[in-house]
Design a protein around this ligand. Sequence first.
Ligand code: SF4
Length: 95
Amino acid sequence: MGTTVAPVNGAMGPREGFSEARPMTGLRERKREMKVKIDGDLCSGCGICEDICPDLFEMLMDCARAKRKLVKREDKEYCREAVESCPNEAILVED
Ligand code: SF4
């Protein structure tokens, strides 16, 4: 009996034998992440972002810094409050 193989990109649906539990790698993994960075020219160093989301932001001298450049989309809500609380809109998130 032959086996039908669908395109890797899933245009015809998921490949047989692949499950959502399979670890993602490469491009597919990166698509599930967002870039986060601080605009140092806008940051006033108030520290609100670090207070709200210490896993992601830290203060370095008088400016905030993102501890990680990439944030998983699952954590988007987690850092959204920090982004919205920044008085200077200095936290930049790119999908
Ligand atoms: S909340 Fe905004 S202005 Fe305040 S430290 Fe964080 S990035 Fe800077």
